[in-house]
Design a protein around this ligand. Structure first.
Ligand SMILES: *[C@@H]1O[C@H](CO)[C@@H](O)[C@H](O)[C@H]1NC(C)=O
Ligand SMILES: *[C@@H]1O[C@H](CO)[C@@H](O)[C@H](O)[C@H]1NC(C)=O
Ligand SMILES: *[C@@H]1O[C@H](CO)[C@@H](O)[C@H](O)[C@H]1NC(C)=O
Ligand SMILES: *[C@@H]1O[C@H](CO)[C@@H](O)[C@H](O)[C@H]1NC(C)=O
Length: 486
């Protein structure tokens, strides 16, 4: 508190005391206050500039004695090693990288941010230059509530994460039987069920209808302009939406309720071939998210079709991704979902990774699209390398969004104790990535050797197929992986 008080008394005063052109009398500089007010709103003009009678201010000291803070495992190692620093159980963590003494941070600060972002707070020596922010936690997004406690949604678009121009995300909750109102919008909507299940329905331009039930791990896609509805079952649900437009706003969708409100009643009545009296119970405000009547569990009871029939399976708006057995490699698993098997989502290529503690999604980049990333579980870190000569390392945990512009290289290392689960989404007709391992493994050895001066035993280990994931030691201070073939 001492340092905060002295900051208010001494440092801020000159700023507040800048002379106001039309208010120079002392009565205006310090107007009378309410009963009980003490001190002065503005300091004296004599506080400006050099004052020979002032002592050099020395108190309080900002030096933090070594016994007042702890060094995390690996924190004193050479900054070039760039080890992950886990501040979770560390007393009064400091932004030290290499060594044990400094630099320190006397405050003001909020320790929880520093612990969640240790690579931002104490960056590895490889970080350089300017890289746009690549992280947005949904926990920092405004949580818009629906009606009567029926759910909520929070979003990430360029308003939150300016670099994320190609895609935006929404995290939505529907309480038991809650609806996301019948609506449509300008962007394509790709969704991953995170928890629970929902019934989704839609109708296309040809009068074909669609209805399905999807559960955690499943995906749906509604093309731009296609009207759809979403309703939770008895257990409620939570899901993730990804839109193919970084400026998309969940608050800007076109709603059935508003379509009724925004047109003359006589026109609505004529449109439905009824009278305006029949419209008396129409909603008077938008519904957006609202409580609903439980959906019949037998889906056939809600299967409404016309002469055009249902949307054929090859054009279906859902993909039961939860039922795909993952591709398993040492260190984790990966499942890819792109237009090769889900053609309706013709610009969405996604990969769902699980990475074991210590393992990492190998160094790679995408050739044709930015990457929008969502973290479902665990803790990971990612370094964005961006030419020319820039890189920055970011830390992520469940509920965070990441974004890497094309063609910046990155990896994702599991730096926690539990399995890291994360989703990569690209705007691409085919999921694509360049594996640094495979690139070097398929380049004439002499070229790689002349460039990187690696020993033959390292070059012998370069794979000719993509490993996707590189296994690693759970102890992140162990950096010798010599002899581990992929
Ligand atoms: C789903 O919700 C339940 C109930 O709150 C919770 O226990 C579980 O951890 C959630 N699942 C995931 C994957 O977060
Ligand atoms: C809906 O009915 C159509 C036949 O009209 C059928 O082909 C389709 O499989 C049904 N869908 C569901 C989800 O029951
Ligand atoms: C891993 O587990 C250890 C022991 O339970 C704990 O001290 C540490 O904070 C955990 N690390 C992370 C990154 O969660
Ligand atoms: C790394 O490990 C290998 C095999 O475990 C060992 O032969 C080598 O000496 C180690 N290198 C260093 C620098 O510790």
């Amino acid at each position: 508190m001492g340092s905060v008080r002295s900051l208010l008394l001494f440092s801020l005063t000159p700023i507040w005391a800048l002379p106001a052109p039309q208010a120079v009398e002392s009565g205006v500089i310090n107007p009378p206050g309410p009963p009980g007010a003490t001190g002065s709103l503005r300091g004296s003009e004599a506080l400006q500039g050099y004052n020979p009678s002032n002592d050099v201010p020395t108190e309080p000291s900002t030096v933090i004695p070594p016994e007042d803070f702890e060094i995390a495992p690996g924190q004193q190692e050479d900054a070039d090693e760039g080890l992950y620093i886990d501040f979770t159980n560390v007393k009064n963590p400091q932004p030290i990288r290499g060594g044990t003494t400094g630099p320190t941070d006397p405050g003001p600060r909020t320790e929880a941010y520093d612990a969640l972002n240790s690579d931002i707070y104490a960056p590895p020596a490889s970080d350089a230059g300017d890289v746009d922010n690549a992280k947005w936690p949904f926990g920092l997004s405004h949580n818009r509530h629906g009606l009567a406690g029926a759910g909520w949604a929070r979003q990430q678009n360029t308003g939150q994460l300016p670099v994320a121009k190609a895609m935006a995300g929404v995290n939505m909750r529907l309480e038991p039987n809650g609806y996301r109102e019948m609506h449509w919008h300008s962007a394509g909507e790709w969704a991953l069920m995170l928890n629970g299940s929902v019934r989704i329905s839609a109708v296309n331009e040809d009068g074909q209808s669609f209805i399905d039930d999807v559960t955690a791990g499943d995906v749906w896609f509604f093309p731009a302009g296609i009207p759809h509805s979403i309703q939770a079952f008895d257990d409620g649900c939570e899901f993730l939406l990804v839109f193919d437009d970084g400026s998309f706003s969940e608050d800007g969708t076109a709603l059935l309720s508003e379509l009724m409100i925004r047109n003359p009643k006589s026109v609505v009545a004529k449109n439905f071939r009824t009278s305006t009296q029949a419209l008396e119970k129409l909603p008077t405000d938008q519904l957006w998210i609202f409580p609903g009547t439980p959906a019949p569990t037998d889906i056939s009871k809600q299967n409404t079709t016309g002469p055009a029939g249902v949307i054929p399976q090859q054009a279906s708006y859902s993909f039961h991704w939860s039922e795909q057995k993952p591709y398993t490699v040492p260190g984790g698993t990966v499942k890819i979902l792109d237009p090769r098997t889900f053609p309706v989502a013709n610009t969405f290529a996604a990969a769902l990774f699980t990475i074991e503690p210590g393992a990492m999604r190998e160094m790679h980049w995408h050739t044709s699209s930015d990457e929008w990333t969502y973290f479902l579980a665990g803790k990971g870190r990612l370094t964005v390398y961006q030419a020319p000569a820039s890189s920055r390392t970011f830390d992520f945990s469940a509920g965070d969004v990441g974004y890497v512009p094309v063609p910046n290289a990155h990896y994702i290392e599991n730096v926690g104790n539990e399995t890291l689960v994360y989703l990569e989404v690209l705007q691409a007709g085919v999921y694509n990535d360049i594996s640094v391992n495979q690139w070097l493994g398929l380049t004439p050895r002499q070229i790689v050797k002349d460039t990187l001066h690696l020993d033959d035993d390292v070059l012998d280990n370069l794979p000719k197929v993509k490993p996707f994931i590189i296994p690693g030691n759970k102890d992140l201070t162990t950096t010798n992986f010599t002899g581990d073939p992929l």
